[in-house]
Structure formats: structure tokens, C-alpha cells
Ligand binder design. Sequence first.
Ligand code: DX5
Ligand code: ZN
Length: 212
Amino acid sequence: MILSPSFLSCDFKNLKEEIISVKKARWLHFDVMDGLFVTNTTYNHEMVKTIKAFSEQFFDVHLMIETPEKYYNDYIEAGADLITFHYEAVQDIFGLIKNIKDKNVLVGISIKPDTDVRVLDKYLPDLDLILIMSVEPGKGGQKFIPESIDKIKYLAEKRRIFNYKYLIEVDGGINLETAKTVKDAGCDVIVVGSFIFNQENRNDLIGELENV
Ligand code: DX5
Ligand code: ZN
């Protein structure tokens, strides 16, 4: 699987060193929170620009914000390679998918734990990635919600039947054990926050997570 470290729970006083400590991972996951869609606030597109200056990773931007249609372009201009917005935050989903694709970056949709995965059916042919939230969005360090497994299996089966091209990404509560479970269900990309940033020896852990 591809590993996308979420640096939400890193030591922000040593941001550059913290990001460099996970540079072996091909992707880097940005958790953008606006204090409206979720209660916490994190950072904005300036963070993408700052890290772009010293990272060559694939920038995986997860917008946990209201009206992402107003802000997505700031993140693209700052260096995002993939923009994932929340199904629950957008009215004109087809319109936003098209606008993001027109900028030549990849587009993903995320759903919260209580959202039925079947609401995504009509968008599946147009998406590059589906992000299944396996914890309630808003903070790191929570416990993986087991019902997420059925959503992954559903998306993997749909992709097999219709030959869709999207990647399936899972975010929240991932450790070596849950990584194995989501991989077996059909997951392609794991977002891992506290499990990596709470440990010292990150290089070995990255290898283990990718090859679980
Ligand atoms: C949750 C975020 C995550 C999450 C990952 O709102 O989207 O990316 O914090 O952190 P862990 O791995 O600690 O659950
Ligand atoms: Zn995330």
C-alpha cells in the first residue's frame, strides 16, 4: 500500500525535521480543518507552500472544511497533487469534481463514518480516489471504527465489476494491525498519524506499514 503520513500529531516546533523524518513515504497527508466543518482548526494553504520548499512527496490534501469550492484553488496553487473534499460539505459535487480536474490535479471525495458509502455511486466513474474516514474527522489518535471495512469492500467490489480506476484511501486509527485489515479489504492508501509520529524509529515503521 501507499503510506500517506498525517503530520497532525507531529512536533510543530520542529516541523521541517518531522517532515524529513517521514520522507521515505511516497505521499504526505495534509489535514486542513476550518473550525466549522469540524470543531478544530489546523492550518491553511500556506502550510502546503512551506513544506513544498523542502519535500518532493506527493501532496495529498484532505479538506475538512465548509464550502471547499471557495478554497480548493489556493491549495492547488500552493502545490497540492490531490484535493479531497467532503461529500457532506458540498452541494454541486459534479461541478467541483470538474473544476478540480480542469486544474490537472487528482480529485477525491471523503465520507464521514455515519455517511452511507452508496451515496457515492454516481460519482465513482469520475473520481481518482475515495477517502473513507475510519474515525470521526477532527482529531488524531482515535480508535479505528470497524464498520469502515464494509465500505472498503463495497468500493473494491464496485471497482472490480465496473473497472473503475479510483484508489481507496483509509484515514484514522491506523496501526500495523488495522493496516493489515484494511489492506485485506482492498485499501490502496493508508493515512497514518499518531502511530508514526509517536515513535522514534520511523524509517522501519514506514517499510512495515507499506508492506504489511
Ligand atoms: C482526522 C484526520 C486524520 C487523522 C489521522 O480528522 O483526518 O488524518 O488525524 O491520525 P491518526 O492516525 O492518529 O488517527
Ligand atoms: Zn485526513
